[in-house]
Design a protein around this ligand. Structure first.
Ligand SMILES: *Cc1c(COP(=O)(O)O)cnc(C)c1O
Length: 412
């Protein structure tokens, strides 16, 4: 049943029949390949969002698609009531690659964060010896960790949180990138189980913490027997120029949370990694997921990780990220519309010189679309730029040209 519809028809259908929990840029995509996507009228765009960094390996990577379709024709789901012949291979691959004893497989990023929180609490009661129901987990202001009731309980984004109460207890919010705030809490509160942090705050607007922050935070956590939980759902899998963003500071998290590009955008695959001393607190029946660790997810994730290694995507992200920021910095020097470019690897953002409430960043994204490049504002006046990591230099320079020419249309 292949029914051709126009962009406007597709938008109208979603408007009429879908919940309005998103505000998409008006463009209707029908095909993707590598760094490109096409709309239903056949216009081609550079994808500068990469599905929030899920499509690091590029759209419809042939190796990932092949792994997925082959597995889909063989065995899709057994549940964890039985073993399957792909999960163990995947578990071996991912634990070896990231240097952890064990992985707990889930599907969405939010589920993996929830898993990490449950694991951390259970560890706190059974290993650290915190009194039952007293454990606290430190989180950062302006965090984004997903959309479940517990996760939005410790968000300070009013849109994400308001009227979803009552909220889950047991979280303490501190300022991001403020090592003194972390130290003060750790020294004054004996019930801290973990510190949950994004190595770069992606959704908040690509906030890169000061050099040394993550390493110091990890050290403080060690000194206080507190688990350092890195949410690398967006920053992980080569996005920032290293396999993990914490690798920039040689930090080894106690619990690592991955998602998004773990499947190259082909399938929802997320993971929680930890060593035995932590992971062993979860025993049969105490946590799970019907789809977590299914054979398609396992086959897809193996392929997706191999692509990252084989195609040296971290190195490419590092090199092209430097080039991107240097080119944009040249332009920004004399720009009235753009104030700043920041980021690491190919996770970058620009600040638009207008108020957070203004429509300017949105209008710039519409103009970028018209000029063949898709991006979206994160918060008000910040536009995130995160192309697939399979981009080459010539394509990147073409994109820089489009971005600068578009920004120039908005110069006053
Ligand atoms: C996207 C994201 C999540 C949530 O992932 P979902 O798959 O949307 O549930 C969690 N943490 C971070 C840092 C993310 O960017």
């Amino acid at each position: 049943m292949s029914q051709k519809i126009t962009s406007q028809q597709a938008i109208d259908l979603e408007e009429k029949h879908g919940a309005h929990n998103y505000h998409p840029l008006p463009v209707v995509l029908t095909k993707g390949e590598g760094v490109y996507v096409w709309d239903v009228e056949g216009k081609r765009y550079y994808d500068f969002l990469s599905a929030y960094s899920a499509v690091n390996q590029g759209h419809c990577h042939p190796k990932i698609v092949k792994a997925m379709t082959q597995q889909a024709e063989t065995l899709t789901l057994t549940s964890r009531a039985f073993y399957n012949d792909k999960l163990g291979l995947y578990e071996e691959k991912i634990t070896t690659l990231f240097g952890f004893d064990k992985v707990l497989p889930m599907n969405s990023g939010a589920e993996a964060v929830e898993t990490a929180l449950k694991l951390c609490r259970k560890w706190a009661y059974e290993k650290k010896g915190i009194t039952e129901n007293q454990a606290q987990i430190i989180v950062c202001e302006n965090n984004f960790h997903g959309r479940t009731t517990t996760i939005i309980s410790f968000s300070n984004d009013a849109e994400a949180r308001k009227n979803y109460g009552p909220y889950t207890d047991g979280f303490i919010q501190i300022e991001y990138d403020n090592i003194d705030a972390l130290r003060a809490i750790l020294e004054s509160n004996k019930n801290i189980a973990g510190f949950l942090v994004e190595p770069i705050q992606g959704e908040a607007g690509v906030y890169v913490p000061s050099t040394g922050y993550l390493a110091e935070a990890k050290l403080l956590c060690e000194q206080h027997n507190v688990l350092f939980i890195a949410d690398e759902v967006q920053t992980g899998i080569a996005r920032t120029g290293k396999m993990l963003a914490v690798d920039h500071e040689n930090v080894k998290p106690d619990i690592l949370v991955l998602g998004k590009a773990l499947s190259g955008g082909a399938y929802p695959v997320s993971a929680v990694l930890a060593n035995d001393a932590i992971m062993e607190v979860i025993k049969p029946g105490q946590h799970g997921s019907t789809f977590g660790g299914n054979p398609i997810a396992a086959a897809v994730a193996i392929a997706a990780l191999e692509v990252v290694e084989d195609e040296k995507l971290a190195e490419n992200a590092e090199r092209l990220g430097q080039l991107f920021r240097s080119k944009l910095n040249e332009y920004i020097e004399n720009s009235s519309i753009c104030n700043l470019v920041r980021g690491k690897g190919l996770l970058n953002a620009i600040l638009i010189n207008d108020s957070e409430e203004s429509e300017t960043a949105w209008n710039i994204c519409l103009a970028l679309r018209d000029n063949g490049l898709l991006a979206k504002p994160t918060h008000g006046n910040i536009i995130r730029f995160a192309p697939p990591l399979v981009m080459n230099e010539e394509q990147l320079l073409d994109c820089v040209r489009i971005i600068i020419e578009t920004l120039k249309q908005f110069e006053k």
